[in-house]
Design a protein around this ligand. Structure first.
Ligand SMILES: Nc1nc2c(ncn2[C@@H]2O[C@H](COP(=O)(O)OP(=O)(O)OP(=O)(O)O)[C@@H](O)[C@H]2O)c(=O)[nH]1
Ligand SMILES: [Zn+2]
Length: 192
């Protein structure tokens, strides 16, 4: 759980530090609002997102499952500005360990709701699925736009960062990886 009172004090101080009046009408509730927002946006810190994969179906499916275009919102840990885009998660289950589709999206959401690096977010999702489901392989691709590169600093709106994490058969088989990337709609940028 986040310490909302501490966030309120900090936001008030930031408002003062930028030369604003925290008592003016439009700002007087802002510290409270930001505290509630951070509680929501960083809710993933107080959970183990891999727990969503605790239960699975004893289904005999051993072919690829891909959930693509999962909307993703996270916060870059360097600037505490949002980065957002899409996550694509593919895995090849072993017999008897098929998870609910929504659980894959919940894992993405859980890890995204933390101060993050896109690379770490990508790996954490892949590793959680490997650990909990012991599948034949996992491939996670995230494409995102970082507000810290868009509205400030280098100011490159429209630039996208694409990260991938491949485990198991997706790491060893070019064909399997290429199949997943084609389904996601990317030319596989990965080569052996
Ligand atoms: N690898 C990686 N870098 C990120 C991510 N989010 C933000 N960054 C980068 O983190 C870096 C932080 O660089 P610093 O030089 O410490 O900070 P800065 O002076 O604000 O950098 P600029 O953004 O270049 O103005 C920047 O290059 C950001 O683009 C991410 O998810 N992954
Ligand atoms: Zn940043």
């Amino acid at each position: 759980m986040v310490d909302k009172e501490k966030i309120e004090i900090a936001v008030r101080m930031i408002l003062e530090a930028i030369g604003e009046d925290p008592e003016r009408e439009g700002l007087k509730d802002t510290p409270k609002r930001v505290a509630r927002m951070y509680e929501e946006v960083f809710a993933g810190l107080s959970q183990d997102p891999s727990e969503h994969l605790e239960r699975y179906f004893a289904e005999e499916h051993e072919e690829m499952v891909l959930v693509k275009d999962i909307p993703l919102y996270s916060m870059c840990e360097h600037h505490l500005l949002p980065f957002y885009g899409k996550a694509h998660v593919a895995y090849i289950p072993r017999k008897g360990k098929v998870t609910g589709l929504s659980k894959l999206a919940r894992v993405v959401e859980g890890f995204a709701k933390r101060p993050q690096l896109q690379e770490r977010l990508t790996s954490q999702i892949a590793d959680a699925i490997m650990e909990r489901l012991n599948p034949r392989g996992v491939l996670v691709v995230i494409e995102a736009e970082h507000m810290c590169m868009t509205m400030r600093g280098v100011k490159k709106p429209g630039s996208k960062t694409i990260t991938s994490a491949v485990r198991g058969i997706f790491a060893t088989s070019v064909a399997t990886r290429a199949e997943a990337m084609a389904l996601i709609g990317h030319q596989s940028p990965l080569r052996d």
